[in-house]
Design a protein around this ligand. Sequence first.
Ligand code: AMP
Ligand code: ZN
Length: 141
Amino acid sequence: MPDDCIFCQIVAGDIPSRTVYEDDTVFAFLDVNPLAPGHTLVIPKDHHETLGDLPDDTAADVFAALHRLAPTVEDAVDADASNVAFNNGEAAGQEVPHVHGHIIPRFEGDGGRPIHAIAGSRPDLSDEELDDIAADIRNAR
Ligand code: AMP
Ligand code: ZN
């Protein structure tokens, strides 16, 4: 683990956190600077920077925890819904370089916006360009 990783230090217990869930591979705790009551971060215990760096089994474990925790967090704060998202890489706004999924409870009329609000200006793509992008992704798998 990198010595300077805040989230590795939280997993190790060297930095305190309001832990809400822990198993062999996954750790979840309240965000210290919450966007909503119940804002929770779900992380792999091992240090990996982005989603693409995660081994398959760890990725499955992280998603399983998100899947279990999202409704639990919503219920705990009596939320109407939640946004579940990753800032995946620095250009996408990731500040802590240890993979973490955000569970952000949402409430009717809370003034927040959908995930579509996070991107910059929308690209103007032709059908052909969309076809090419889809083919590139499909063929790279
Ligand atoms: P991101 O911008 O996706 O990298 O989000 C990092 C998140 O980590 C932010 O929402 C911070 O409020 C949160 N955070 C940073 N340090 C801590 C900490 N010591 N305990 C809990 N949450 C933290
Ligand atoms: Zn780390």
